[in-house]
Design a protein around this ligand. Structure first.
Ligand code: OKP
Ligand code: ZN
Length: 337
């Protein structure tokens, strides 16, 4: 597959959480690992992609992240990560309490609503480096157009809100990509095909920056939203397609087709694709196991390409390391023909 250009957040391994307490104690080996990005890269390598490693973070990217997220939130992340030793982690212990001088785990509960996302020494560094790779990808996309540009990054971003982290995410990479393209005068829509609703990205959506998401029920699955929470429902600039646990592969493809048509009707001139590969029913992340499997991503990619618009891709979830390469090749085959 020619012309496929990846911008790799090469410092991603600085964040390697060990224990995943998402389902409570005793926890399981954390799913959001460096190995999962390597597995996705393996898929892109099979497709002959040109992989450009991006290292560190520039002052421009820091400023762009500061324009996207709340100052107090970024200060908390930076200071807390600086205080963490190697192999240590910070998880929230108290939710919504404590003052500015409270211990880090208490402060964490002001910015996070769950205990599955450990802050590690390198979490902020890795998230900023992902942002750097996203901005490099956006610059290449603005220059070349087309749909061959991918930001190959972790940690993922679509659960990160303006002032909150969680769901393995710290900086909203898709919103950052959208903002970068908008600053260059583009009209951007965000399409998210991860198994999970991107509640963080939903926070950054508006009628002028529509967000369309295909996902499992966000009340029965992470982010386990309160049904009264607006993010759980469609609204101005938010288009949702919920996949029931019993959905056939054909029904999932049809859902993607409807969603793409609705997003295209909002008339963006380009699309940021949040590409999660965890619709794969072999993925341990699923609370409601779908019948969808790696080869079925080809049909999903084909539905996305029906947008007929230039697409800048940003990677999100996908945790089944054994089948991730096949998920990537299948999706890209359908997507790029
Ligand atoms: C991040 B992304 C369910 C565990 C859920 C958190 C999931 C975060 C998903 N048994 N843990 O959207 O892929
Ligand atoms: Zn996901």
């Amino acid at each position: 597959m020619t012309g496929l250009r990846l911008f790799l957040g090469a410092d991603h391994h600085r964040h390697a959480p060990l224990i995943d307490l998402s389902d409570g104690p005793p926890g399981f080996p954390h799913l959001e690992t460096p190995a999962r990005l390597l597995a996705m890269l393996e898929g892109f390598e099979r497709l002959g992609a040109d992989i450009q490693p991006v290292r560190g973070v520039s002052a421009e990217t820091r400023a762009a992240v500061a324009a996207l997220h709340a100052p107090a939130y970024l200060e908390f992340l930076e200071a807390t990560c600086r205080s963490i030793g190697p192999l240590e982690a910070v998880l929230p212990t108290v939710f919504g309490g404590g003052g500015p001088d409270a211990p880090a785990p208490v402060r964490a509960g002001r910015f996070c609503r769950e205990i599955g996302t450990p802050l590690t020494q390198g979490a902020f560094e890795a998230a900023l480096n992902a942002a750097e790779a996203v901005r490099a990808a956006a610059a290449a996309f603005l220059e070349a157009g087309g749909d061959g540009v991918v930001a190959a990054v972790r940690p993922p971003g679509h659960h990160a809100g303006r002032a909150r982290y969680g769901g393995y995410c710290f900086v909203n990479n898709a919103a950052l990509a959208a903002e970068t393209l908008e600053n260059a005068g583009r009209r951007v829509a965000i399409l998210d095909v991860d198994y999970h609703l991107g509640d963080g990205t939903a926070e950054f959506a508006s009628p002028s920056r529509p967000y369309a998401s295909l996902h499992a029920d966000p009340v029965a699955n992470y982010p386990y939203l309160d049904p009264a929470d607006a993010a759980a429902r469609e609204g101005p600039g938010r288009f949702y397609e919920t996949v029931p646990p019993s959905a056939s592969v054909e029904a999932i493809h049809a859902g993607a087709e409807r969603l793409v048509a609705r997003l295209a009707a909002a008339r963006p001139d380009c699309v940021v694709l949040s590409l999660g590969l965890d619709l794969n029913g072999a993925d341990y992340i699923q609370d409601e196991e779908l019948s969808f499997r790696a080869p079925d991503f080809e049909g999903l990619g084909a539905r996305v390409s029906a947008l007929g618009l230039p697409v800048l891709t940003v990677l999100e979830g996908g945790y089944d390391v054994a089948t991730l390469p096949d998920c990537v090749t299948a999706f890209m085959t359908g997507f790029r023909g």
